[in-house]
Design a protein around this ligand. Structure first.
Ligand code: PHE
Length: 444
């Protein structure tokens, strides 16, 4: 049996952008931004995307394309060491943990999409969210979201993932541009734009470590780094691609969509409430987007139509990311255990039905997994991948990077490898330490 591969270059890029663009951009990014000083956070976040995210993306691409394997198989095969294989397997487990909470949020999005047609949450958005977020109904919507995800993954790389993301991504972009154009021309939008875009140096100076820690976690999450998604997607890639060009394209598109989502969310929050209030001001929590944005829709003319469009976009974005999470363990079972795609997908979906179900029923567990656990796992995972590329692959990594690369991409290759060996793992270990200390209750 020959291994699957992408049909086109655009297909690969759209699938990778589809993985990157998701609830991370639309649900988590505005929440993190609101909690960490707005523009100050945005500036640090953009810097980390460029200096850590793009090189990290290239590291995962190099591992994936060189090995043509899932993360666990890739690290094992390229090194011959079981311990490195275990580092890859950690990524596979991270993907399962991710999908276990992501699918619950995806279920909320599905529900808000449907409820937007009747406007059932318009009356009291806060109470509505509190009523649906956890419990048996949340479990049902989680199952529905997971079911659609599994259905696409069952179709395989070309007929499932590539086809679906090729339709979804242009639709997401078009709708978001239209929504942003509308939102920033609403009366009162200026205050939202100022909070979002004016650089606040004083806030940054006072909260530097916290902002850096949150921005780094968010940068990894939004670029789908640290679980091996990009290893897996690049493993379906041929040798003729310029990885640096593809990686930069993906990062730019993903960041563009995130910034665009901010242009929708912040003006809307400020036009309705004058300033950040309620859960958004209190630091958000998982309900921030739902309560505030849904509250805004409720008060705006044509709010119902806009709400349907908005939650429609977010549903598509969430699905194109959740399929990339499920694809990691599916590729692992297919590659390493000779299981059929069908059996792998269905059995993994059954497992996540339970693990995600636990999150849907237990708010405290959900909070821990969604905000703390996955940040730590993604950071630790990416440190492992970087050290692997820098110290185990070394010159081979540079050769893989250069394959298919143009002159300009080649010229930055050595600097890339140097940063992957040294400064990037150190930086990430630093943020990991800060986050672990925070978890232990030590504040710096
Ligand atoms: N990047 C995705 C999002 O922003 C989430 C994700 C993280 C997907 C890690 C795969 C792996 O929604």
């Amino acid at each position: 049996m020959t291994r699957e591969s992408w049909r086109t270059r655009v297909g690969f890029i759209l699938a990778a952008v589809g993985s990157a663009v998701g609830l991370g951009n639309i649900w988590r990014f505005p929440w993190m931004t609101a909690e960490n000083g707005g523009s100050a956070f945005l500036a640090v976040y953009l810097g980390i995307i460029l200096l850590v995210g793009v090189p990290g993306l290239l590291a995962e691409f190099v591992i994936g394309r060189r090995s043509q394997r899932n993360p666990a198989g890739a690290l094992f095969r390229l090194s011959g060491s079981k311990s490195w294989g275990a580092v890859g397997l950690f990524g596979v487990v991270t993907a399962l943990a991710l999908l276990s909470f992501y699918s619950v949020v995806g279920g909320w999005i599905f529900r808000y999409f449907l409820a937007s047609f009747t406007g059932s949450y318009f009356g009291s958005p806060g109470a509505y969210f509190e009523g649906i977020n956890f419990g048996v109904e949340a479990l049902g919507f989680h199952a529905a979201f997971l079911g659609v995800t599994a259905f696409i993954v069952l179709g395989g790389v070309r007929d499932g993932i590539e086809k679906a993301t090729k339709v979804m991504m242009p639709a997401i972009l078009a709708l978001l541009v239209a929504l942003a154009g509308w939102a920033i021309t609403q009366p009162g939008a200026d205050a939202g734009l100022a909070f979002y875009l004016d650089f606040d140096a004083a806030y940054l100076r006072a909260n530097l470590l916290d902002v850096i820690g949150a921005a780094a976690g968010q940068a990894l999450f939004t670029l789908s780094l640290g679980a091996g998604t990009m290893i897996t997607y690049a493993s379906y890639l041929g040798d003729d691609r310029d990885l640096a060009v593809d990686g930069s394209t993906i990062a730019v598109l993903n960041t563009g969509v995130g910034v665009l989502a901010g242009l929708v969310v912040f003006p809307l929050l400020f036009t309705t409430f004058g300033e950040l209030t309620g859960p958004a001001a209190a630091g958000g929590g998982p309900g921030a987007l739902f309560v505030s944005i849904a509250g805004a829709f409720a008060q705006l003319p044509l709010g119902g139509v806009i709400a349907v469009a908005f939650f429609g976009v977010v549903s598509l974005a969430a699905l194109s990311s959740s399929i990339s999470m499920l694809e990691i363990p599916v590729a692992y079972l297919v590659d390493e255990h000779g299981v059929s795609r069908r059996t792998a997908t269905l059995s993994l979906a059954s497992v996540i039905l339970f693990t995600g179900g636990a999150n849907a029923l237990n708010p405290a567990l959900f909070d821990f997994v969604a905000s703390t656990l996955v940040d730590l796992m993604l950071t630790a995972g990416l440190v492992g991948f970087l050290l692997f590329v820098g110290w185990v692959l070394g010159a081979d990594a540079l050769a893989e990077y250069a394959t298919g690369a143009g002159a300009r991409s080649r010229s930055v290759g050595p600097a890339w490898l140097w940063s992957v060996r040294t400064i990037l793992p150190l930086f990430l270990l630093g943020t990991l330490a800060v986050n672990l200390l925070a978890l232990a209750g030590v504040s710096l």
